[in-house]
Design a binder for this molecule. Sequence first.
Ligand code: A3P
Length: 272
Amino acid sequence: IRKTSFKNVSHPNGTSQYLPHILIIGVRKGGTRALLEMLSLHSHISAAESEIHFFDLEDQYKRGLEWYLDQMPFSYPHQLTVEKTPAYFTSDVVPERVYNMNSTIRLLLILRDPIERVLSDYTQVFYNHKQKNKSYPAVEDLLLKNDELNTDYKAINRSLYHIFMENWLKYFPLKNIYIVDGDRLIKDPFPEMQKVERFLNLSPQINVSNFYFNKTKGFYCLRDSGRDRCLHESKGRAHPQIKPFLLGKLRDYFHEPNKKFFELVGQTFDWL
Ligand code: A3P
């Protein structure tokens, strides 16, 4: 469906708005922004800049598909439109809603070591509070309850990937969901992006010279037509150190869920 099928409005230069052909569904703090930016290096990709939250927030969803379409970038007919909202992956209602829009849509899911993701999630919320001059508990106070792992902590729950994946697999075949290894995307983005290109049947355009390691940032940055850019300073922050006994508890806790996830997707990851 494109814009013209609703309103017959298209841009004079031959572009129009299209509902997404590709969704980056999450996971929150998995490296979703990096993935979107890196994918945008490809000339056949047209990305919605902001997170639309169309499928997960009731107020947005009730505005309808035409509103969603209106949030999409203007693009050429040969381009694929991509939207990313990391909250989609962990929402109960989103898979069915996406299915109802387009049952053959291609989904990208970028995952990181679940423990690393917990710490990244914590760090994000910590800084959100700091920005508003509000205090936020130390990470160990959230991770522990009566000296045991506090499994009610939201950040821990969001790392139980198998639970969410099961729900997505009720609606979409595994072959339509590509899982990007977020830990590898950090360490060496180019090979991961080649795999993404292949999954999306895009011509091989993204090049090794599109990436350079920035020592100051400690992460890869992008080079596009001679223009260098790193991700925002909120991406790639230091995480709090946690005590070895707590790390041990987290490892024990995630052992089974990780195994379940690997079985579900027929693939393993180097998670601790
Ligand atoms: P941290 O800031 O905790 O390290 P998201 O965009 O989904 O919120 O994910 C943010 C994470 O993307 C960052 O988490 C960082 O580790 C990761 N990331 C991956 N590649 C990156 C890159 N090239 N530059 C900065 N951050 C990157």
